[in-house]
Design a protein around this ligand. Structure first.
Ligand code: ADP
Ligand code: MG
Length: 393
């Protein structure tokens, strides 16, 4: 896949409008993880360094109906200014007179941040008039919010129909890092999937049944497969309506010589909490109001052994309810082991990255840590992402 990037264009004196993904985790007005802001710096500095004016736009959270004060991007603008060491001009809307005025006054080397694009319902509706308005502020559109390129929204896709569109350095880096996984990779090839629900991961399971030697399942997602194998799952998170689908996937895996592995044991508890009584038991013993909230110790050992022998590994989704200490061990041990394996390791997903942070694991220990969750998974399924399609050379 060949993309047009900002390196292909003369930026001097141009006004650029850049879609970044500043949908950062916040507690009140405190940003708890600024990775996404830091990851946008190379592109912004490149644009400024080459004589362009920079307008930034992003969404934050899920505003329901118009502006919400706690979803304004002001804390993000402050944080960016602090990290990049330059002033960031912030306006209180993403379209309208205040924006027009600020754009007119913008000088080369300056950064202007627009307000949360999702304060307008036209953003997610990919309204052409709204996209055109955003486009009217700049000469060039730069797509750099990899976490949102799987969405056809006005600021990610629609805008590209009105002004020339180029990939920023982060989008370029992600596509270059993930593209090899679409072709032939070194085997053994192991995919580890956890997380809460299967519906968002079905596509990846289907894709990798045909490519991987082994798919290791954990988390709530594995419970549905355990149930589909005929076991009692007690009160565990389980999508019983997806049982047939899970059975089909297991058959498909067999036909394709792919081992679809479910945990043989689980950490169970009757309730979720920070200091609840837990037991590590075989799946066959689960019953009543027990909940399987992490994979068991022996399963963790087995998964780690398999991962150690792999040449290529993709990981998305914690294998347990890692937010609570009694159920963090499987995810923690697997993450620690993955940081040391010899094979190439590709990770992504909001909670997966959050788990790394929680366990103090350096993202540099892996081949690639994606800033996209859904975007990474859809890209790996081979789906043409709307926000990438508009950048293809
Ligand atoms: P990611 O954001 O990395 O793609 P997901 O959003 O799919 O991951 O899933 C993460 C969530 O799954 C976490 O909140 C975690 O607590 C939950 N989870 C994992 N295992 C279980 C389980 N056994 N029971 C209930 N929830 C679980
Ligand atoms: Mg998540």
């Amino acid at each position: 896949m060949k993309l047009r990037t900002i390196k292909d264009v003369d930026l001097k004196g141009k006004t650029t409008i850049v879609r970044v993904d500043y949908n950062v985790p916040m507690e009140g007005s405190i940003i708890t993880d600024d990775t996404r802001i830091r990851e946008s710096i190379p592109t912004i500095n490149y644009l400024l360094g080459n004589g362009a004016k920079v307008i930034l736009m992003s969404h934050l959270g899920r505003p329901k109906n118009g502006p919400e004060d706690d979803l304004r991007l002001n804390p993000v603008a402050d944080k960016l200014s602090q990290i990049i060491g330059k002033p960031v001009i912030k306006v209180d809307d993403c379209v309208g007179p205040e924006v027009e005025h600020a754009v007119k006054a913008l000088q080369s080397g300056q950064i202007l941040m627009l307000e949360n694009t999702r304060f307008h319902k036209e953003e997610e509706a990919n309204d052409p008039e709204f996209a055109k308005k955003l486009a009217s502020y700049a000469d060039i559109f730069v797509s750099d919010g990899f976490g949102t390129v799987h969405r056809a929204h006005a600021s990610t896709e629609g805008i590209a129909h009105h002004i020339p569109a180029y990939a920023g350095l982060l989008v370029e880096k992600e596509i270059n890092a993930l593209s090899p996984l679409l072709g032939t990779v070194e085997h053994p090839f192991v995919v580890l999937l956890g997380g809460a629900k299967i519906d968002t991961k079905i596509g990846v399971i289907k894709t990798y049944i045909k490519k991987a030697n082994t798919i290791l399942l954990g988390g709530g997602l594995a419970n549905t497969f355990v149930y589909a194998r005929g076991f009692d799952v007690g009160e565990s998170l389980c999508e019983k309506d997806k049982m047939e689908l899970a059975q089909e996937l297991m058959i498909e895996a067999q036909e394709n010589n792919c081992k679809l592995v479910t945990p043989g044991g689980a950490i169970v508890a009757d309730e979720i909490g920070d200091d609840v009584i837990t037991a590590d038991m075989e799946i066959t013993g689960v019953e009543g109001n027990m909940q399987m909230l992490d994979i068991g110790e022996k399963s963790t050992d087995k998964y780690i052994e398999i991962l150690k022998g792999a040449k290529t590994i993709i990981w998305n989704g914690p294998v347990g309810l890692y937010e609570k200490e009694p159920f963090e061990k499987g995810t923690k041990r697997i993450a620690q082991a993955l940081a040391k394996v010899e094979g190439k390791t590709y990770l992504g997903g909001g909670d997966t990255l959050d788990a790394l942070k929680k366990f103090n694991i350096d993202p540099k220990s892996f081949t690639h840590v994606s800033t996209g969750g859904g975007a990474m998974l859809e890209f790996l399924e081979g789906i043409a992402l709307p926000g990438i399609k508009v950048l293809e050379a």
